[in-house]
Design a protein around this ligand. Structure first.
Ligand code: FMN
Length: 374
């Protein structure tokens, strides 16, 4: 498939592939067939009181509008992060806005949170739940800020999205690290982030609901609060990361996702890669790998292994996943690796991790987390 897909513009190939998986997702029989080809072995881990059948997750941005929710489980993923979603529906930046640097196995994107909005996502998730095709793995939702909302109103914008989605997913990610919404990354500043987390925390712990939800709450006696994670940029200094960590206790952050795409660029001798790297946007894939691992390692050290970390950035093999896990990640995610390595990647990574654990004489994934950190 790759030569055919790579002849098309990156976003066009993405859209077509996603539509294909969405079609599969609507049929239990097709999902079963895909799962028999691509389903991964079990390598379970429990975090945030959720059971992950394996540690390989779909990274945010691949399925922004929840078009293929059951399909990701059939492809062997142990969890998926849907979105980024914003309170207001928005078209994102003008196309083209996604570029492949094939020789470097990298992507530059400046999508700008193109999505149908939180309300539409809530309806889509409700429909998937009602269809009986809801996957057996945890589902997260990545929350971004609407472009039209000024920075000073960001907290309300995030909290609005959270409120309509709270009961429909297993965990939530506050994304303040995308480089493609003007000034968004300023929200990684401790004071600004604190305000967002406070607003979400309030919505997360409040039981005040209207109508049917109120009745449901009365019947079940409580609505459980959801784990809230924060996703950080690879371009933050270690000092800035430490400032974010100061909010973990007070705002009950359940974990950190490290990392989003980078605005930095590596040197390249390849003419196409040079052209792609000259585009504005965030860089993902192989060139991001070592920096994102360094961020994972730093967070693991600073938190003395007490805070779950999801490692993401440049993972395209079991060895890359092992690097992130032994640097301190309890779970990992992939986006760009899937584009270059294809749908067999989750299964290959999980199988490779199972073999590696055996080789090292380790029992269970948790025993490998952070073992390379001194
Ligand atoms: C086209 C594209 C869109 C993305 N959209 C989002 C997004 O909406 N929210 C987010 O937190 N990260 C987004 N990301 C970042 C990925 O989730 C991931 O953090 C990053 O690509 C690094 O992982 P990778 O090297 O495996 O791709 C996007 C990445 C790409 C390539």
């Amino acid at each position: 498939m790759r030569p055919v897909l790579f002849k098309q513009q990156a976003e066009c190939a993405h859209t077509r592939t996603l539509h294909g998986l969405a079609r599969v997702s609507r049929s239990a029989m097709l999902c079963g067939a895909v799962e028999s080809l691509f389903g991964a072995p079990e390598l379970p881990i429990e975090l945030f009181s959720l059971r992950f059948p394996n540690p390989v997750g779909l990274a945010a941005g691949m399925d922004k509008n929840a078009e293929a929710v059951p399909g990701w489980a059939a492809l062997g993923f142990g969890f998926s992060e849907l979105g980024g979603v914003t309170w207001h529906a928005q078209p994102g930046n003008p196309e083209p806005r996604m570029f492949r640097a094939v020789t470097e196995e990298a992507i530059v994107n400046r999508m700008g949170f193109n999505n149908h909005g939180a309300q539409a996502l809530a309806e889509k998730l409700t429909a998937w739940r009602a269809s009986g095709h809801w996957p057996a793995h945890p589902i997260g939702v990545n929350l971004g800020k609407s472009k039209i909302t000024p920075l000073e109103n960001a907290a309300e914008d995030y909290a609005n999205s959270f409120r309509v989605l709270r009961d429909l997913a297993n965990f939530f990610v506050v994304n303040v690290s995308s480089p493609n919404t003007p000034n968004l990354r300023q929200l990684q500043d401790k004071t600004a982030l604190d305000e967002i987390l406070a607003a979400i925390h309030e919505a997360n712990t409040s039981d005040k609901q209207e109508g049917r939800e109120k009745l449901h709450s009365a019947l079940t006696n409580h609505r459980s609060s959801k784990p809230i994670l924060v996703k950080v940029a690879p371009d933050l200094s270690f000092d800035a990361l430490d400032q974010i960590l100061e909010l973990v206790g007070p705002r009950q952050i359940a974990g950190i996702i490290a990392t989003n795409t980078t605005i930095t660029r590596p040197d390249s001798g390849d003419a196409n890669a040079k052209r792609v790297y000259a585009e504005t946007g965030g860089l993902s894939g192989r060139p991001l790998r070592s920096r994102s691992t360094a961020v994972v390692r730093h967070l693991f050290r600073q938190t003395r292994a007490q805070l779950p970390i999801i490692g993401v950035g440049g993972i395209s093999s079991a060895d890359d996943a092992w690097e992130k896990i032994t640097a301190g990640a309890s779970l990992i995610q992939i986006y760009t690796g899937l584009v270059y390595e294809g749908p067999g990647l989750p299964k290959r990574i999980v199988s490779g991790l199972v073999a590696r654990l055996k080789l090292e004489g380790l029992i269970g994934l948790k025993s490998a987390v952070g073992i390379a950190v001194t």
